[in-house]
Design a binder for this molecule. Structure first.
Ligand code: PGA
Ligand code: ZN
Length: 428
């Protein structure tokens, strides 16, 4: 095993030309772990703090030099001085949490803290000469998670709206989900083929079809439901069947169209109250039989979530993202309140690998579905793919099957799929 020799970090750019932090953990053996932190656009109010410089003379205030400084001058030296071994992930994360000392990591920033947590994790896997997903699986088991390594079902974001798209849709993400009976590589092919057809169809209709932040098309359409209709049409043209080969879903990210107790969407001429919006989801579900519905209501509408879960929860995975923000206390409240039945897991919402594992354990214990997620601002780091395999999540969502920073994750899953297969065969 190997002690941490030095930790350093620096600014790099994410997929939106926005600075983010990359961190390197060097072990005494000479092994390196390098990890970069993603960043959200439609962030939940209750997420941990993403520390930004707010110096308008650099990167329009979005620089992360303070976070870099916190790693280089505070966190790194302290871990090196402690003489701790890189394989002690939960002890290291506990130290990071203690060093910060605040509820939402407002002193050091969740971005600086997670950069270290992730770099240490990668270094520990490399040191042991095992796959990152295998190391994460060991950490998960150490936490009491009965996780079986497997490739999760991909949830592709084919059409981007809301804060992620230059088009006019209110709903943020229109999902295509290959049937879980398909292998990952089959699912990837299905996703890519349907993606191509959607693009051709949108171009033919003259709907603008540039892509949004997560690589899905960002069209101008009459209603949000039209985007679902376009997907259904493309699925048929690609020779697949909804409900057999693929399923549909939505991350509506409703915070972005909620204001003063009402929800405003282009599908309806007047703003909707909570009950009317729930009825509209019911209507959409009757037509499209959705597998997943994420953030259907505002992030603090606890009673509404409960009502919606009681109506649609037996048919649909109701996913809490902005509601739960990978925060164990909000998760506990949601389990108690019966608010949803699935959790979106984003390590940078909370700030350490260990706390992320705690959230996954609690979700599994409650019999919830787990969807491990990228952020809309990404780098080419594929850590999150290994993480999802290691914890054995049901779903992953890494955006469209297009654009480098999304593809680096899906391609990593394709590689792990084969690695697991051949390793398994060779050990027989
Ligand atoms: P974000 O979007 O990364 O911009 O928060 C992803 C999501 O809402 O799931
Ligand atoms: Zn979301």
């Amino acid at each position: 095993m190997s002690k941490i020799k030095r930790i350093w970090s620096y600014e790099i750019l994410d997929s939106r030309a926005t600075p983010t932090i990359e961190c390197v953990c060097l072990l005494e053996s000479g092994v390196l772990g390098v990890y970069s932190v993603p960043s959200g656009a439609s962030t939940g109010t209750h997420e941990s703090l993403e520390l930004r410089d707010k110096d308008e003379t650099r990167y329009r205030g979005k620089g992360v030099l303070k976070a870099v400084q916190n790693v280089n001058e505070v966190i790194g030296p302290s871990l090196v001085l402690s003489g701790i071994d890189a394989t002690k992930q939960s002890e290291i994360d506990a130290k990071l949490i203690e060093m910060d000392g605040t509820e939402n990591k407002t002193r050091l920033g969740a971005n600086s803290i997670l950069s270290v947590s992730g770099a240490v994790c990668k270094a520990a896997a490399a040191e042991q000469k095992i796959g990152l997903y295998e190391w994460i699986n060991k950490l998960a088991i150490e936490k009491g998670i009965k996780a079986k390594m497997h490739i999760p079902t991909a949830v592709f974001n084919m059409i981007n709206g809301g804060l992620h798209g230059a088009g006019n849709l209110d709903f943020q993400e229109f999902f295509l989900i290959p049937a879980s009976t398909k292998s990952f590589s089959e699912g990837l092919r299905i996703g890519a083929e349907i993606y191509m057809v959607i693009g051709q169809n949108l171009a033919r209709r003259g709907a603008i079809h540039s892509v949004g932040d997560e690589g899905g098309y960002a069209p101008n359409l009459f209603t949000n439901a039209d985007a679902l209709e376009i997907m259904v049409e493309a699925i048929g043209q690609a020779n697949y069947q909804v409900g057999r080969d693929v399923f549909l879903g939505l991350d509506v990210a409703s915070n972005t169209f909620y204001s003063d107790g009402v929800y405003t969407i282009r599908d309806k001429s007047a703003p909707l109250n909570e009950d009317s919006l729930i009825s509209y989801y019911k209507e959409l579900n009757n037509i499209y039989h959705m597998a997943i519905l994420e953030d259907p209501l505002y992030e603090d509408a606890w009673e509404g979530w409960k009502k919606l879960k009681s109506i649609l929860g037996s048919q649909v995975s109701i996913v809490g993202d902005d509601l739960l923000v990978t925060n164990i206390k909000r998760l506990e409240k949601a389990i108690q309140n019966d608010s949803c039945n699935a959790v979106l897991v984003k390590p940078n919402q909370v700030g350490t690998i260990s706390e992320t594992l705690d959230v996954i354990k609690k979700s599994y214990d409650a019999n919830w579905k787990v969807m491990v997620s990228h952020r809309s601002g990404e780098t080419n780091d594929s850590f999150i793919a290994d993480f999802a395999v290691g914890v054995g999540s049901h779903y992953v969502k890494f955006g469209a099957p297009a654009r480098g920073e999304r593809i680096s994750k899906y391609n990593r899953l394709a590689a792990i799929e084969k690695e697991l297969l051949y390793k398994n065969e060779s050990s027989k």
